[in-house]
Design a protein around this ligand. Sequence first.
Ligand code: NAD
Length: 338
Amino acid sequence: MRVAVFNTKAYDRRFLSEANAGFGHDLHFLEPRLEPATAALAAGHGAVCVFVNDIVDAGVLEALAAGGTRLVALRCAGFNNVDLAAAARLGIDVVRVPAYSPHAVAEFTLGLLLAVDRKIPRAWTRVRENNFALDGLIGRNLHGRTVGVIGTGKIGALVARSLRLGFGCDVLASDLYPDPALEAAGVRYVPRDALLREAEIVSLHCPLTPDTRHLIDAAAIALARDGLVIVNTSRGALIDTAALIEGLKSRKIGAVALDVYEQEADLFFKDLSNEIVSDDQFQRLLTFPNVLVTGHQAFLTEEALCAIAGTTLQSIADAEAGSALANRVDAAKIAPAR
Ligand code: NAD
C-alpha cells in the first residue's frame, strides 16, 4: 500500500525501512507532522502513518478522506490526538500499536524516578566541573516508601511490580479495572483521592481522557503529602502545568520528573537549541533544581522501535488485504469506558 509516513526522524526511517523488507509497502517518508497545513501531502496514499503529536482532528480526517486515505496507522499506543468519531463517520480505520514494549517505558520511568530522587543529573554536572562536594545531593531510599501508581495497565503494572517486589515499596494503585495479579503481589488498590493523600511518590500511567485530563491539578496537589514526588511518562495534559509550578514554588511538591509535557507538540522531537523558546511555563519548569525533563523518549529503545515498525506495517498489510484489524482503535468500545 502507498503510505504517507508523517513526522519521521532518521530512526523512524531506519526501523520502518528495515521491517518493510518483509512487507513491500510503498513508504513515503515525510518530515513535517500531519496537521491541517500538511494533510494534502497524503493525497493518493491509502494510509497515513503518524506519531503522538500529529494532529488528526475532524478537519484533517476530512482532508485525508478526500485524498483517498482509508487508514490512519498510529505508530504509538496513545490515540488521544485522533478524533475517533470523525474517523468512523468518514470510514477511516484507525490502528495503533497497543503494546510495543511496555518494558521500555516502565524501565525509563524507574530511571527518571531514581535520577530525580537521588539527584543524579545534578551530581554528574558537578563532577564534570571537578566539583566533588556532596552538599545538596542528599536523596531518599525508595525502600519502604509509599508510591502511588495511577493506571495499572501494561506499563503501570510493570512499574508497580518493580517498585513492590524489586525495591520493597508500599505500592498503592488506582485503576478502573484492578489487576488481581498485582493485588496478589501486594499492591493495594485504593480510591484516587486516598492514593493522592497517602503517597510520597506518584507515577502516572493512565491514558489521557476527559476523566484524566489535569488529574494532577491544584486540588490534587493540596491533598498530597508535603514533598510529593511526581513522575509522568504517560501524557503531559494529565498534569495542570500552572498548578505544578505553584506546587513547586510553595515547596509542597518535592521533585518532578517528566517525559511528557502539556504543550510538548510545539517543542519535542525537534532541535530548538538555536531558537528562542517562547513557552514561559516550560522555561519556568526548567529553572527548578528539583525538576527533570526529558523529551518524550521513554519508548525509545531498539526493541520498541522494531516492534512498533513490525506491528504498524502488519496492520497496514491487514488493511490492504481486507483482513480483520487486530489493533483497530474502536471508538465505540474505548471512548465511553475511558
Ligand atoms: P494500558 O491501556 O495498558 O493501561 C492504561 C491503564 O489506565 C488501564 O489499566 C486503564 O484501565 C487505566 N485507566 C484508564 N482510565 C483511568 C482512570 N481514569 N484512572 C485510573 N486508571 C485509568 O496503557 P499502557 O500501555 O500501560 O500505556 C499507558 C500510557 O503510557 C498510554 O496511555 C500512553 O499515553 C503512555 N505512553 C507513553 C510513552 C512514552 O514514550 N512516554 C510510551 C508509550 C505509552
